[in-house]
Structures are given as structure tokens and as C-alpha cells.
Design a protein around this ligand. Structure first.
Ligand SMILES: *Cc1c(COP(=O)(O)O)cnc(C)c1O
Length: 457
């Protein structure tokens, strides 16, 4: 073992190596020497741990451990990925993809009027750039934009219900994953949850019976990642609004995905939309920026000045505010919604993917399958009808008919998935019936070619 330890080089000799200097010499030496030391220590630990190694193996281990430790210096961690899962709003894959935005780089590389009123030459308001567009789209009096919808909920509760009761139906006490549970957010905000009704049925009289002088607000939450079917009912938005007005308590509706208006297309039929929710009398609505809206991570509180506007005026707002890059991209996404529905479904990537009809997907799958079999006929890919999902807490109950390119791998499907993830543009696919599936709904322009190339290798 002693001899093996002697094979481990000194940190200094590695740092002075010409090859090393060429690749890593321009980095801060405190960082490189730290990484080299960690790499060598881990080799030492392996030897000390009794791993049976011979001389060439130790040399190889030193080399590979160094390479692995140092690679984050030269390789970016966050990178473009091809989403072939068919899940349009894949939270782990960054939710909504954006379209090219020629305004972002100039804005970030220089200064911008983020909080500066150019007409008056003095301090302006941070949210105005997004607010003016959203107010046009939804005809609302006021809008507040924050970091995400979870932040919007927190800000709303802190503003209107700290130390007060919030009435929520038991059928709507959602968990959204990543440990975001509505009852816990209530606690964190200082609001007191007042549950009404049952899991499957909540009546207007349940809400009416719960209202007292302790009530801060009535909150309706769109159960965006599940659906209760069968013997189920809950009051409509209009009924709740009327009750809330009569009793003089605020009524807020968390619609979730940010479908801004009703869109005449079968794939949006069951999704609540922002404009209708406001039209039905909600004092404010909440929604995400990076779900169906098709923008970046953000949360909106839109509605009356008294309920929505007030949220932007409490100190917590400062901790939840949106970054300028997001503001820019969000404005761009919102602007697509100023166009007619047909154009929104063409230009907005998320809207385009959701609204793609099976015929188009089948044609795209045929093209890709042909390309794959052309570069390597042995792969034997074929087109398969599959079910696609919306994901990201939207349209929980609707599975879209979709088409995929399927491959029966010679190795295990898991192994092929792993290899695909290691491709220079990693490809995330899924397994169905022991086949590896590339669902065409989420494969973007130009990405099919990359899939074909990866498979050829
Ligand atoms: C997704 C969702 C949220 C959380 O939104 P984030 O933007 O992810 O924080 C809250 N409420 C509903 C109903 C949702 O669908």
C-alpha cells in the first residue's frame, strides 16, 4: 500500500505541469489547488480504504479523478436539454421554453429603465413594464408581479390575512410538489386556515357559515395537478364572488396556470382562464408566469387596487420582487397575448405545443423516424401513438393524444436513456412498454436532427 501512496503526485507538481497550466493556468490558483488537493485526497482515501489497485490503476485513477474534479471549471453546469418526454410544462426541465428575445441582451449588458421614469427623469416603479401589458390584457385596475405564484400567495396572505382566517375548501388544499403545501404556506404567512366542506363536495352554505369577523379572505384554488371526478361539486366563481361581496370579505382565486383568456381549442377546454375569473367578480386572481402563459418564472396578483394593488405596498414585497431579466422576458411573452388567438398559438411556444393536433405530431414523428432509420437502419425506429401530459400543474385530467418515435433498444431502455442524457445536448426521453419513446409534442424545431445524430452514435 505504501508504494501505491508514493504514486500519488504532489499538488505543486500537478500545478506546474505544462498541460495542466495550459488548460487551467488562467484560473485563480486558490481554486485550482484546492480542487487538485481534493482529488488527490479522494484517491488516497480509496487506497487507504483497501481498494485493490495496481500501479497503472492508481495512475489512471489520479487522472480520472482530477479530470472529474476540475471539469466544472471549464464546463457549464446549466445547459440546453432536449425534452422528449412530451410533458410540456416540465418543472425539472425549466417549464416554459421562451422564444428568441432580441431585447434581453442589450438590456442586461447595459443599464435600463427598470425603476426609472424616463418621462419625468426620476424614480419610477419597478413593475410598470409588465403591469401596463397585463392591465391591457385583463382590463384590471391593478397588478403586482413577484418571483413566482408561491410568492404571490404568500404576499397576498400576509397583506390581507395575517392573524385572520382564510376560508378554503377541503377539496382545494393542494400540494404542488417540492414541499409546497397550501396549509403550510398559510402558517408561514401568519394566516389561519379555516377549512370548509369535504374532499369531494363543498357548498356555498359551507362558505357562508364560516364567514365571521375573523375572516381575512375567501380563497379559491384551482386544483391544478389533480381532479376530483364523480360525486363532486363546488360553488362557481360567480357564486363565491356574490357571497363575498354580500358579506364584505375579499375573494381571491388562484387560477394557477395563467391561461389569460378562453381559447377556442379542445385542449384548453377545462382550464380556468384569468379574464373569466375576473369577469365573474373575483377581487383578485393569482397565476404563474411560466406555465400556460409561456413566460418566465413569475407570479401575478391582478385585480382591484384595494386587494391586488395593496399587496405591492407591504415590506415583504421587496423580498419577492422580480429580476430585470425576468421582467424583460415576461413583457415579451405577454405581448404575444396581444395578438389574436390563432397567432398566440403560433408564436407562444407553450401555447403552440399544447395546441398541436395529432395529425401534425404524427407527420413530425414520421419524418424523424425516417431520418433515424436512414442514418442507421439497424435502429428500426417506428411511430407510436402515445399519451402526452401537460405537467407543471396544469390540465391535470387531460391526456393529449400524441405521437412518438419509439425504439426497442438492444441494451436495456434505462441504459439507452442514460446514454442519451450524456449526449452533448442531453436528451431526456421516457420509457413505455420497454420502448424508449421520443414524444414529438415537446421536441422543438431543429432538435429532431440532434436526436437522430445521437442515436446514430
Ligand atoms: C403552479 C401553481 C402554484 C405555484 O406556482 P409557482 O409559480 O410554481 O410558484 C400555485 N397555485 C396553483 C393553483 C398552481 O397551479
Amino acid at each position: 500500500m505504501k508504494e501505491l501512496f508514493r504514486l500519488i503526485p504532489q499538488v505543486s507538481s500537478i500545478l506546474e505541469d505544462e498541460g495542466f497550466k495550459k488548460e487551467y493556468g488562467h484560473f485563480d490558483q486558490r481554486i485550482t489547488s484546492g480542487l487538485v488537493r481534493e482529488a488527490l485526497d479522494s484517491v488516497r482515501d480509496k487506497i487507504a480504504g483497501g481498494e485493490a489497485l495496481d500501479e497503472p490503476q492508481v495512475k489512471k485513477l489520479v487522472e480520472s479523478t482530477l479530470k472529474k474534479k476540475l471539469s466544472p471549471l471549464t464546463k457549464r453546469s446549466l445547459k440546453r436539454v432536449i425534452n422528449a418526454t412530451g410533458i410540456v410544462l416540465h418543472t425539472n426541465l425549466g417549464r416554459a421554453p421562451m422564444f428568441p428575445n432580441p431585447y434581453l441582451a442589450p438590456l442586461l449588458e447595459g443599464y435600463c429603465n427598470l425603476e426609472y421614469d424616463l418621462a419625468e427623469g426620476k424614480r419610477g416603479k419597478r413593475g410598470v413594464h409588465v403591469k401596463s401589458v397585463i392591465k391591457m390584457l385583463l382590463g384590471a385596475e391593478s397588478a403586482v408581479v413577484v418571483n413566482n405564484n408561491a410568492a404571490a400567495i404568500l404576499l397576498l396572505l400576509r397583506t390581507h390575512a395575517e392573524g385572520k382566517e382564510v376560508i378554503v375548501s377541503r377539496g382545494e388544499l393542494i400540494e404542488l410538489g417540492g414541499s409546497f403545501r397550501l396549509p403550510e404556506v398559510m402558517t408561514a404567512s401568519g394566516a389561519i386556515l379555516h377549512e370548509v366542506g369535504t374532499t369531494n363536495r363543498t357548498h356555498l352554505k359551507d362558505y357562508a357559515g364560516a364567514i365571521s369577523e375573523k375572516t381575512g379572505l375567501i380563497l379559491k384554488v384551482h386544483p391544478s395537478n389533480y381532479a376530483i371526478r364523480g360525486f363532486a361539486s363546488s360553488p362557481t366563481t360567480a357564486e363565491l364572488s356574490a357571497l363575498a361581496k354580500e358579506k364584505n370579505v375579499p375573494f381571491v382565486y388562484d387560477v394557477g396556470s395563467g391561461l389569460l383568456r378562453k381559447i377556442d381549442h379542445p385542449n384548453f377546454r377545462e382550464e380556468p382562464d384569468c379574464l373569466s375569473a375576473l369577469g365573474d367578480g373575483a377581487d383578485a386572481i393569482l397565476f404563474s408566469g411560466d406555465k400556460i402563459l409561456g413566460g418566465t418564472q413569475a407570479g401575478f396578483i391582478v385585480g382591484s387596487e384595494k386587494i391586488a394593488g395593496a399587496c405591492g405596498k407591504i415590506p415583504l414585497m421587496r423580498s419577492l420582487r422580480l429580476a430585470k431579466a425576468h421582467m424583460c422576458m415576461l413583457e415579451e411573452a405577454l405581448r404575444t397575448w396581444l395578438l389574436p388567438d390563432r397567432e398566440v398559438m403560433k408564436l407562444n411556444p407553450v401555447m403552440r405545443m399544447i395546441s398541436m393536433m395529432p395529425e401534425e405530431l404524427e407527420a413530425r414523428a414520421n419524418t424523424l423516424s425516417g431520418e433515424i432509420n436512414e442514418v442507421n437502419p439497424a435502429i428500426g425506429s417506428f411511430v407510436k401513438k402515445v399519451e402526452g401530459y401537460m405537467g407543471g400543474g396544469s390540465l391535470p385530467d387531460i391526456n393529449f393524444d400524441s405521437y412518438a418515435v419509439a425504439i426497442k433498444p438492444k441494451e436495456t431502455p434505462q441504459l439507452l436513456l442514460q446514454k442519451l442524457r450524456n449526449f452533448e445536448t442531453p436528451i431526456v426521453a421516457r420509457i413505455e412498454d420497454d420502448l424508449v419513446i421520443f414524444d414529438m409534442r415537446t421536441v422543438l424545431e431543429g432538435e429532431g436532427e440532434k436526436i437522430a445524430r445521437a442515436l446514430a452514435q
